[in-house]
Design a protein around this ligand. Sequence first.
Ligand SMILES: [Ca+2]
Ligand SMILES: [Ca+2]
Length: 282
Amino acid sequence: MSKLSLTTALTAILIVMAWLATPGISRAAINVESPPCNPYDFGEVEVGNSSSITLTISNQGELLWARINVEWKSGSSGDFTTEPPCPCETMLVLNGGVDVLEIIYTPSEPGISLATLLVSISDLFTNEVLSVVEIELSGGVEAKADPEIEIDIRPFSKRNRINLKSRGVVLVAALTDEDFDASTIDPKTVTFAGAKPVRWQVRDVNRDGHKDMLFLFKTQDLVELNEESTEATLAGETTDGQIFHGVDAVNIVPRRLGWSRHSLAPPKHSAIVSTWGKIRAE
Ligand SMILES: [Ca+2]
Ligand SMILES: [Ca+2]
């Protein structure tokens, strides 16, 4: 080893020894950037979408090597994640250096989500914990409580008659208004009087210029209706998880009361198909 490189090595050792000998060594700084605030609220993010911030951990004090440990104190599962994933491998930050951690919020359902990320900084050489910072995270908005929407049972009839002994079908429209966009309904979540829809389509049922959603149910599936029923409920969720319900009057047709044998006969399957086909063709 040359005299110069030996001198350089000795100097480095002396510097390290000086660091180790420094009492009450100052702390590394932790900064949350973009935007710089703690707690941090991601606000409203659509279910399935993501928003992220960058946690910047910088060693700007007098510490030579900072050892950073990051772990979830709460809320580790589900909506909040980090990149790299936590609990993270120990990060080492040299004096003057920085390391970054991305915090990602991906809401899985409507509502408020909370989490706390725990960042601890210690001296690599002495293991002394110098600083512990809790990053409090929140996201989402309060879910609206089951709003009532406007529905229209048998949209082309004001009497809303339902013959529970029929093997026919019942059309029910979920209508769009200024507070609700019926075209966002997830049809697979919809029930009407205990029945699941067998078909559905987006169309402007009441011709107000706004798309509604029209559902077709088999009458024999309306298990929650009986001859005493005066109203029926359509309920479901939108594609982003907002639950809703709507109520409309029904006029249950009494069995065999004033009906001919002909009218009690169940319609043929082909008649059901042609009814829906006619609507689809419009
Ligand atoms: Ca009606
Ligand atoms: Ca409409």
